[in-house]
Design a protein around this ligand. Structure first.
Ligand code: ADP
Ligand code: ZN
Length: 295
């Protein structure tokens, strides 16, 4: 039996899964402080003996095993979780191997192994929701380096037609998240994204910003698939618009079949629907158990 946790800034999704990946139990609780949230999560994961736990966590995280702050949530705006050693807390309490990565790297891993990027060696998974986060898998593994990719904070060019071109990110103003996450849409137009009608100017603007992210990612990372998930992407009308704008931004520069085919099969929704994150956490648990056996 495996434990899986998708740790988000607003909610914690916990699941128990068997060795076939079938979910046998699930619980969702709001993200409070560590003092009240951790005991509830530990109680859930202790309700059944588990062999390993996987945690896909909101960031930023320290993922460098050599760092003294390894496994900590670091400079999060959620102050009660800042510098919280979440990995060690689970290891100490549960005494099982714990796999740990960003929520979006976990989702990218799941899409790579079981979803829209199955059979490929690389992909980018972007969630467009309360924030914009990007998970990157290369050679079948989530990318870690200096820390982990922060694709959503790449700096964009404001659109000439944008009524709020400065952007809303507290760190960079006009980065991807500052211009195109759900809260940016709401602040710019005064309505939550899900209430904006189909023909609204918001969608062309949104597609343009997401296309800047996609085009930049294609040129920097060369992923074999770009998967766009998160609440805002429930607006399916965005997909054809993002593909068309990405092609226009690339302007014939990348001579690949995927572009010639209109990116139809390249910029796609998640193959696992809204389950990419929790499935990724499950895969982190499986990998943690495999690694523990090798050592
Ligand atoms: P989170 O990022 O917190 O995990 P979501 O991915 O659901 O959660 O993102 C929430 C954001 O997505 C909100 O800003 C909301 O306005 C927007 N959103 C949610 N559902 C839709 C929808 N159907 N259409 C457009 N925007 C949506
Ligand atoms: Zn930013």
């Amino acid at each position: 039996m495996f434990g899986a946790l998708e740790a988000g800034g607003t909610k914690m999704v916990m699941a128990l899964m068997d060795s076939q990946g079938r979910e046998t139990d699930r619980k969702v609780i709001p993200t409070g402080t560590p003092e009240d949230t951790m005991p509830q999560m530990l109680a859930f994961f202790r309700s059944r003996p588990i062999d390993a736990l996987g945690v896909g966590c909101f960031g930023p995280l320290d993922l460098d095993p050599k760092s003294p702050a390894y496994g900590h949530i670091t400079r999060t705006p959620k102050l009660s979780w800042r510098d919280y050693p979440i990995l060690q807390a689970f290891r100490d309490a549960l005494h099982v191997p714990v796999g740990f990565d960003t929520d979006v790297n976990a989702a990218a891993l799941a899409e790579n192994r079981l979803g829209a990027a199955r059979g490929l060696s690389s992909c980018l998974y972007l969630t467009v929701g309360t924030g914009i986060g990007g998970g990157v898998v290369v050679n079948g593994q989530p990318v870690h380096g200096l820390m982990h990719p922060e694709v959503g904070h790449m700096l964009l060019s404001p659109d000439a037609s944008d009524p709020a071109p400065e952007g809303f990110c507290p760190y960079h103003k006009g980065c991807g998240e500052g211009l195109a996450a759900g809260p940016a849409i709401q602040k710019r137009w005064g309505l939550p994204a899900q209430q904006l009608p189909e023909g609204h100017a918001a969608w062309a603007l949104e597609a343009g910003y997401l296309a800047q992210i996609c085009a930049n990612a294609m040129m920097v990372l060369s992923p074999q698939k770009i998967i766009l998930g998160g609440g805002v992407m429930h607006q399916r009308l965005l997909f054809p618009m993002v593909r068309a704008k990405t092609i226009s931004l690339l302007n014939g520069y990348l001579p690949v079949r995927e572009v010639d085919e209109g990116l139809e099969d390249y910029i796609v929704p998640p193959g696992l629907g809204d389950a990419s994150g929790i499935t990724g956490a499950y895969l982190l648990a499986r990998d943690a158990l495999d690694n523990a056996k090798i050592q």
